[in-house]
Design a protein around this ligand. Sequence first.
Ligand code: FAD
Length: 177
Amino acid sequence: DAEKQQNEALDTVPKKLPRGVVLGPDGKPCRSCTSFASWAAMTKRQPSNISSTTPPASAAASLSPPPNCPPDVDELGRSSWNLLHTITANYPVSPSPQQQHDARSFISSFSRLYPCWVCAEDFQQWMKDERNAPRVSSRQEFGRWMCEAHNEVNVKLGKESFNCDRWEERWRTGWKD
Ligand code: FAD
């Protein structure tokens, strides 16, 4: 079956892994933790969205998993941020104690179940600092907290920080200008 074939393929992974391939707790390459570019380099498969004349640098930059395939770390991340920010955008302006409990409990479970384990560990570590504990007492607080959490990852990955004064325009109302 498909899972058996996948496991066999992973068992024959080259001993020297290409840069960027992250292993999972089972010692096998973790797809949800690895970019598609690194994954393709490991399996030495020519990705279908890259032509043989594409220069290697731009090839790596434009590499994304083919449709209907398991997500790589970036696609999983984008989908997850879509969900997380959209949850905050639809969170009540004045949540009940039960809704606040649900929000905390969701974030806590999410941070333990997130399939990219390196991402999950860093996220949990960041939240352990009491200054970064989830703030869920209003939509504004929760939205801003999520923006700060996302910025923490942006900074770690060398990306630009997002202006958290504008989180609601990006995720709820649409841009003002
Ligand atoms: P994304 O970062 O996915 O952002 C999507 C959109 O959100 C952007 O286009 C922008 O419009 C908006 N946005 C950006 N920043 C903010 C913000 N601060 N607030 C509100 N909106 C914003 N990847 C790794 O390689 N290593 C990791 O350790 C890692 N940890 C992660 C931890 C978590 C909890 C999550 C959910 C994802 C993690 N990722 C990690 C994935 C990573 O954050 C990105 O999703 C991925 O690199 C794709 O980035 P992107 O540039 O397409 O945009």
